[in-house]
Ligand binder design. Structure first.
Ligand SMILES: CC(C)(COP(=O)(O)OP(=O)(O)OC[C@H]1O[C@@H](n2cnc3c(N)ncnc32)[C@H](O)[C@@H]1OP(=O)(O)O)[C@@H](O)C(=O)NCCC(=O)NCCS
Length: 198
């Protein structure tokens, strides 16, 4: 096979999405924007909350002040993921974070994760934040697929993801051991085309 034929077999690779620009995404209930140092006092209780840790399967210790600050500061400069603070519009308070990470360039896909502070649950904020950041991922970053995993013991998150447009793909059996019990993880995804079809 000559070089021309080989080139013909190559998949077209799109330019890297612009993850460095941190957008401001505004909905009715929440506004998403870059995380700042001023958000850290609001994010800390969320990261230290035992129930949030269980629901996200976070086994380790919450980071100390210095590590937390370093973590969020380095996120700003990363060109392969988007970390945004979720701000409740009614109060102007940061109530959590929403993230597109694990960017897979050739397959134009990302993972999605979100966590809100306990006092912010069950009021529609998570569904709207999910819609906003995923909409940005498809429309501005040109993603083809966004996927996530949610533990079977977290029906509230599953419902929020379904409302935002995610569909269940399958189950990773016994993906997590929590307090000595095995827990399944449900794999969900949304494709760019799903939004056009909806
Ligand atoms: C997951 C999370 C982002 C969802 O955001 P939220 O603002 O709490 O969710 P919303 O209020 O937008 O939607 C929740 C939906 O679940 C429903 N729900 C709540 N508890 C439920 C339960 N036990 N079973 C089924 N549905 C439930 C609510 O009724 C609502 O659906 P509805 O609007 O049709 O009535 C938020 O709860 C959170 O941060 N939780 C802790 C961390 C976490 O679980 N992160 C996700 C890990 S995968």
């Amino acid at each position: 096979m000559d070089d021309d034929e080989q080139d013909g077999d190559k998949q077209e690779t799109r330019p890297r999405p612009d993850f460095l620009t941190k957008p401001v995404l505004s909905g009715e209930l929440v506004l998403l924007r870059a995380v700042t140092d001023q958000d850290l006092p609001a994010l800390r209780p969320m990261l230290e909350d035992p129930e949030v840790a269980r629901l996200t399967g976070s086994q380790g210790e919450a980071p100390d002040e210095a590590r937390l600050q370093a973590w969020y500061r380095t996120r700003i400069g990363q060109d392969d993921r988007l970390d945004l603070a979720v701000v409740e519009r009614a109060t102007g308070q940061c109530v959590g974070e929403a993230v597109l990470n694990d960017w897979d360039g050739p397959n134009e896909s990302c993972n999605f994760r979100i966590a809100l502070a306990p006092g912010a649950h069950g009021r529609g904020l998570g569904t709207e934040a999910t819609r906003l950041i995923c909409g940005y991922g498809f429309e501005k970053l040109g993603l083809h697929r966004i996927s996530l995993e949610v533990y079977a013991f977290n029906p509230r998150a599953r419902r929020a993801y379904e409302k935002a447009g995610f569909q269940q793909e399958g189950v990773l059996r016994d993906a997590l051991r929590w307090d000595g019990r095995w827990v399944d993880a449900v794999v969900m995804s949304m494709l760019a085309g799903d939004r056009q079809r909806a």
